[in-house]
Design a protein around this ligand. Structure first.
Ligand code: NDP
Length: 343
């Protein structure tokens, strides 16, 4: 059956990320529109709907899912709610784009992915960074052998968490707060995408340096070991106000240096260093990362309806992998030992 035209999206979670990026991303597409929003707080749901010209506001997930005008849901609630909400959405036959981390445990995340597969709906993970033209260019250059075999990566993803986001992220373990589930999970996905490789183990040390409470961490440094033997060092934080973001990939015949690319904006520079020379890399036209993600999710729904393999830019399985890595980083930091990641 062809999808409705346009594809009608329901927002589960009247969140900042929906407000700042995703409503625009969905409504900017000729083949999709936001038709409903749900927040447990009815006044917040109603105000959010008014502010963004969303036709329907609901205060329960069941009510939003019972709306036959909703074809797909975007889940951007706090992290502990992703699991029950995704299960309910799958049971209602809605396609699911879920925020990261998919869940707080692997068992929950696996149940979500299985439920979506059993319900024959498309499911994806909203890892925005792999949508950036910079990262897509880096992946292509690495695959083409531009720097030879990747040996080492350094990730700089320490930022200062803006005051308006210093809520559940900094004080609510039950909601899945802390820097590792917030930022390291994105590093994990980005590196898997860039290197086309899998992480086999991690070691990490984390800290709380004043922004977080209740045993949540606001800084972490560590190393991911890839199947190929490549090592990736990462630094993620909520507390660092004046650092730059970026990453460096060092191969046997060259290095790629990407600055200001661990960001939600379509910006940054990429430099190729080879044979003692540095040259800027043209990474093409900037495109909003979230628009790129939604465009591909809409296409996945269209392909799925045509009986083809509808594949979001970041799949549900990508979300499982990034969660496994983030949870291993948490475990390594807690236990002070190297944690292997199985298949
Ligand atoms: P918010 O803190 O903005 O919102 C989370 C939930 O808090 C909402 O769904 C809502 O609960 C409740 N809430 C927020 N504001 C109000 C309010 N004024 N009144 C009442 N309730 C309110 O979350 P974020 O946007 O920061 O993050 C949401 C999810 O998105 C997380 O999973 C996060 O990890 C992910 N994220 C992903 C990003 C990416 O680039 N991929 C970037 C930022 C976040 P409810 O509607 O359930 O009642």
């Amino acid at each position: 059956m062809p999808p409705s035209s346009p594809i009608r999206w329901g927002l589960i979670g009247a969140s900042n990320i929906a407000r700042q990026y995703m409503i625009n991303a969905i409504n900017s597409q000729p083949n999709s529109t936001v038709t409903a929003v749900m927040s447990h707080n009815p006044a917040h749901a109603a105000q959010f709907a008014r502010d963004h010209a969303i036709p329907n506001a609901y205060s329960s997930v069941d009510d939003l899912l019972a709306d036959p005008a909703v074809d797909a849901v975007y889940i951007s609630s706090t992290n502990e709610k992703h699991h029950p909400q995704a299960l309910a959405a799958a049971a209602a036959g809605k396609h699911i784009l879920c925020e990261k981390p998919l869940a707080l445990t692997m068992a929950d995340a696996q149940e979500m992915v299985a439920a979506a597969a059993n319900a024959n709906v498309v499911m994806g993970t909203n890892h925005h960074l792999r949508n950036a033209a910079t990262h897509r260019t880096l992946r292509r250059l690495i695959a083409e052998g531009t720097i030879g075999k990747p040996l080492a990566v350094r990730v700089f993803h320490a930022i200062y968490l803006p005051a308006f986001l210093q809520t559940w992220r900094v004080d609510a373990p039950a909601a899945g707060g802390g820097v590792i589930l917030d930022i390291t999970v994105h590093d994990a996905d980005t590196l898997r995408f860039l290197l086309d490789d899998e992480v086999v183990g991690v070691t990490a040390v984390s800290t709380s340096q004043g922004m977080t409470s209740n045993n949540l961490t606001d800084g972490v440094m560590g190393v991911m070991q890839f199947r190929s033997g490549c090592l990736a060092q990462f630094h993620d934080a909520f507390t660092i106000a004046h650092a730059r973001t970026g990453l460096e990939i060092h191969g046997t015949t060259g290095s790629l240096i990407a600055e200001n690319v661990m960001t939600q904006q379509p910006v940054g520079t990429v430099t190729l260093r080879r044979s003692g020379e540095s040259q800027p890399v043209n990474w093409g036209e900037p495109e909003d990362l979230y628009i790129h993600a939604v465009r591909h999710f809409n296409q996945a729904i269209t392909d799925h309806a045509a009986g083809k393999n509808g594949r979001p830019w970041a799949t549900a399985e990508d979300g499982l992998r990034s969660l496994a890595i983030a949870l291993a980083v948490q475990e390594s930091a807690a236990k002070g030992k190297f944690i292997e990641i199985g298949d």
